[in-house]
Design a protein. Structure first.
Lengths: 111, 113
């Protein structure tokens, strides 16, 4: 069963705009990861944020984590056509060695 | 460094058959994990192997099994295939486990007719 819920399910924006997607989870976690998937192929790791961290940056990506609300957000700034993909969050519970995935957000960047 | 290699890329089987999928991790990675991805259920964790030992298994029937060899290469087997097993099967490798950065292969698209 999946514990991660992501919203929105789909997001369509103009190139150059910022995109924000959210992930919520149900139990205490050790860390949360974000991945990108292009056209049903393998996933590419974007960022890992630990439960004791609140914010992390990588290039145009910014991830926040609020453990009190059990939620995380991924912000992509100045979007490009190449950012068109599905984005997934994954959490590992601190009580169970397993990786739980969110349902994913499908992001479309319009030129 | 070569990436994670999964073979075959596509597979078509009929109900009742069995199938074996292969995954070669990045050199030096000792953890290999497997995932099933379907439009309905999304991504689901199957199992993870580290140094030839299965460390955890997701909520899948016993028809799904795997193993890891001494060179860290891993295989996944599904016996008595059902229509619902049609999915993209992904494997990922990492140095130490699933709670760190994972490197994914391109997946094996399995269709069960």
């Amino acid at each position: 069963s999946q514990q991660g819920e992501e919203d929105p399910q789909a997001l369509s924006i103009q190139e150059g705009e910022n995109a924000t997607m959210n992930c919520s989870y149900k139990t205490s976690i050790n860390n949360l990861q974000w991945y990108r998937q292009n056209s049903g192929r393998g996933l590419v790791h974007l960022i890992l944020i630990r439960s004791n961290e609140r914010e992390k940056h990588s290039g145009r990506l910014r991830v926040t984590l609020d453990t009190s609300k059990k939620s995380s957000s991924l912000l992509i700034t100045a979007s490009r056509a190449a950012d068109t993909a599905s984005y997934f969050c994954a959490t590992d519970e601190d009580s169970n060695y397993q990786l739980i995935w969110g349902a994913g957000t499908k992001l479309i960047i319009k030129p | 460094k070569a990436g994670v290699t999964q073979t075959p890329r596509y597979l078509i089987k009929t109900r009742g058959q069995q199938v074996t999928l292969s995954c070669s991790p990045i050199s030096g990675h000792r953890s290999v994990s497997w995932y099933q991805q379907t439009p309905g259920q999304g991504l689901q964790f199957l199992f993870e192997y580290f140094s030839e030992t299965q460390r955890n298994k997701g909520n899948f029937p016993g028809r799904f099994s795997g193993r890891q060899f001494s060179n860290s290469r891993s295989e996944m087997n599904v016996s008595t295939l059902e229509l619902g097993d049609s999915a993209l099967y992904l494997c990922a490798s990492s140095l130490g486990g699933i709670n760190e950065k994972l490197f994914f292969g391109s997946g094996t698209q399995l269709s069960v007719l």
